[in-house]
Write a protein that binds this ligand. Structure first.
Ligand SMILES: [Zn+2]
Ligand SMILES: [Zn+2]
Length: 393
């Protein structure tokens, strides 16, 4: 019995050291001991004596999963992850399997792979195929979406007026049909972008009215195929100076930003059968995405869903869903309880073959703070309903 518990504790210690930054700090702090013994077993012994590796150890606190056991992890489905970065990809089987390890460490049961929103000059059939191929390696854990590269690039080709020619609409529709018939069921069209601020010189700025002809056409196509749309909008409620963070970080951003909510509401009203998921809600990139704004949008549009990114955005104005300590703000919690079926989770992680991720852990820390029924609803039930997933948590 003891040997069995000891074995479990050793495995758990190794697991904790690998996945938790906190334990890696402990590892550094205890380097004297390690140098003296030159044995990793010494570190394990210290951690075990601290009691953190035993299943009957102290329960995890609401905001610190470093002390919660793996059995206390709350299950969830990540509806927004990327196996493609600006210069990298995670299309190989080994990279995907490493991603699965990171998922396991954060209680993440399933994930949707999508391309980030490609700018007009970066349409890539290879990236569309790469995301699909990567998701196919582990159909037990992964789903995929279409169009983040090829459809979004076409949307980004439109003039500021948003008016498309008949030829452009026809070409867009045939591309959609090619992608959606290219393999077993895709679960979302995304990532698309209406306003996408740039974070660096080689990261695109994209601005496309959400009521452009191609966005409206996409709503019709998605509705007819019963597939959700993921849309990135850095929300702007009135003409504003671009926050200095973005101006400093990238020359691609304009000096001023234009309101984009009315265009988005027009898209929502265009086809009520189109399920539209607003990405990165709660990250508050522009300082105006607060709970009351989201409350109004959800109240007015039954086909709108909010994808929570429980992260502090660069424009942290005190209105994000979590504060700088990771604590859920009470007004947002009230909103989750008001619309329990309208929220999902999206980490926006870029898979890179690493087996740990603070982004995934941040979502788990967020879930730990919610009432258990709300956590399960948002983490597991809603994604299945909104994305029509074939399996859940
Ligand atoms: Zn995005
Ligand atoms: Zn994204």
């Amino acid at each position: 019995m003891f040997i069995g518990n000891l074995t479990t504790a050793i495995i758990k210690c190794l697991f904790l050291v690998v996945r938790n930054p906190g334990y890696r700090l402990i590892l550094r702090a205890q380097s004297i001991l390690l140098r003296a013994s030159k044995s990793f077993l010494s570190l394990l012994l210290v951690l075990m004596l601290q009691g953190d590796c035993w299943d009957d150890g102290p329960a995890g606190s609401a905001s610190s999963s470093a002390t919660s056991s793996s059995s206390s992890l709350r299950p969830w489905i990540d509806t927004h992850t990327h196996p493609t970065g600006i210069d990298t990809d995670c299309f190989s089987e080994s990279c995907v399997n490493a991603s699965i390890l990171a998922m396991d460490a954060a209680g993440l049961k399933k994930a949707i792979f999508i391309n980030p929103p490609a700018p007009y000059n970066n349409s890539s059939s290879a990236k569309e195929a790469g995301v699909r191929t990567a998701a196919y390696y582990r159909t037990d854990r992964l789903f995929y979406g279409i169009g983040g590269s090829m459809l979004q690039a076409r949307i980004d080709t439109m003039p500021d007026s948003g008016v498309a020619t008949e030829a452009q609409k026809s070409e867009f529709e045939s591309t959609f049909n090619d992608l959606i018939s290219s393999g077993p069921a895709a679960v979302v069209v995304g990532e698309t972008a209406s306003l996408h601020l740039s974070y660096s010189a080689n990261h695109a700025f994209e601005e496309n009215p959400a009521n452009s002809d191609l966005f409206l056409l996409l709503a019709d196509l998605a509705a007819s195929h019963d597939i959700a749309i993921d849309v990135h909008i850095d929300v702007v409620t009135q003409t504003m100076q671009t926050p200095s963070f973005y101006v400093t970080r990238s020359p691609n951003n304009p000096s001023t930003l234009q309101p984009n909510i009315p265009d988005f509401e027009e898209l929502l009203d265009h086809n009520l059968n189109a399920r539209i998921v607003l990405a990165h809600v709660g990250r508050d990139t522009t300082g105006v995405m607060n709970s009351s704004l989201m409350d109004g949008l959800l109240a007015r549009h039954s086909n709108l869903y909010a994808q929570i990114a429980p992260q502090v955005g660069p424009a942290d104005a005190g209105d994000g869903i979590v504060d700088r300590t990771g604590k859920v703000r009470s007004d947002w919690l009230t909103l989750l309880q008001k619309y329990p079926t309208r929220f999902v989770l999206g980490s926006d992680i870029f898979w890179d073959g690493g087996t740990t991720s603070s982004l995934l852990q941040g979502v788990q820390d967020f879930l730990q703070q919610l009432p258990s029924d709300i956590a399960y609803q948002i983490g597991c039930t809603n994604p299945v309903a909104i994305y029509k997933l074939s399996s859940g948590c």
